[in-house]
Design a protein around this ligand. Structure first.
Ligand SMILES: NC(=O)C1=CN([C@@H]2O[C@H](COP(=O)(O)OP(=O)(O)OC[C@H]3O[C@@H](n4cnc5c(N)ncnc54)[C@H](O)[C@@H]3O)[C@@H](O)[C@H]2O)[C@H](O)CC1
Ligand SMILES: [K+]
Length: 220
């Protein structure tokens, strides 16, 4: 049975759908209480903290991370994580799906921050790099996955090694958030999933297959 742990002073046991989560985020942003950029920064910071808390061995040596960033705000969280890990002295390689010009604003801002100092490689090149990574971060798709993964993404997921730490941001790419089913043939094989504010239906499915699920507060 996977472990589900709450971090911070989370008392909410609600399970939200993708639409409910999106409404909560949008209402919070529209109210002016918090910005999307602040939510994304907090999401990335908390995702790194939970990853290092579950796998403290990663802090003992200079580790190498491969971060897979998608075309939306889930990818944006990945760019935030890349900057944090690089700032801690990690070797970080980022592989991205989609054109930068199509990224939503907060994700684009974090991508450009990263790209100002470091390369962003095409996702298709990730397969070889993953073999020697200590940590692989799946920031391809979160609650916005709308259809089965395309063949080029499937090809990369098939190359994800079993012998490394595999962490997914919010939802492992390939899963439908609300039904917990895999939309196509494959999903990212996460050992850890860090989700934001509250669980979604997919997370109990993940736990039953042995994935550790951590829920973190992002100030919503
Ligand atoms: N909203 C916020 O302020 C925060 C969101 N967080 C993170 O954002 C994601 C949700 O982001 P969103 O952009 O809505 O969705 P995704 O990033 O999951 O992907 C949507 C993106 O992908 C395209 N798409 C959908 N399915 C496919 C597919 N099979 N193949 C190719 N492309 C696909 C779609 O058209 C969009 O362009 C959430 O999970 C959080 O990780 C922050 O964490 C907090 C702030
Ligand atoms: K993901």
């Amino acid at each position: 049975m996977g472990e589900m742990k709450r971090s911070g002073n989370m008392s909410r046991d609600a399970v939200l759908t993708a639409a409910e989560m999106r409404k909560l985020e949008t209402d919070a942003i529209m109210s002016g209480r918090v910005s999307g950029a602040e939510l994304m920064a907090c999401a990335g910071e908390r995702a790194v903290a939970e990853t290092l808390s579950l796998w403290p061995d990663l802090q003992d040596t200079i580790s190498r991370a491969v971060i897979l960033c998608g075309p939306g705000n889930n990818g944006g969280d990945g760019y935030v994580m890349a900057g944090i890990l690089a700032g801690r002295g990690w070797q970080v390689d980022v592989f991205a799906l989609g054109a930068p010009t199509r990224l939503p604003p907060d994700a684009r801002a974090n991508r450009d921050l990263w790209a100002a100092e470091c390369p962003v490689h095409p996702l298709a090149d990730a397969a070889d790099a993953m073999a020697s990574a200590d940590l692989i971060v799946d920031a391809l798709f979160g609650i916005g996955l709308a259809r089965p993964l395309d063949a080029d993404v499937v090809r990369v997921l098939r190359a994800v090694p079993t012998s490394t730490h595999r962490m997914s941001v919010d939802v492992p790419s390939g899963y439908d958030t609300d039904t917990g089913t895999i939309l196509g043939d494959i999903a990212f094989p996460a050992d850890l999933t860090v989700t934001f504010h509250s669980r979604k239906p997919v997370h109990s499915v993940l736990e039953s297959s042995g994935c550790v699920v951590r829920v973190v507060d992002i100030g919503l």
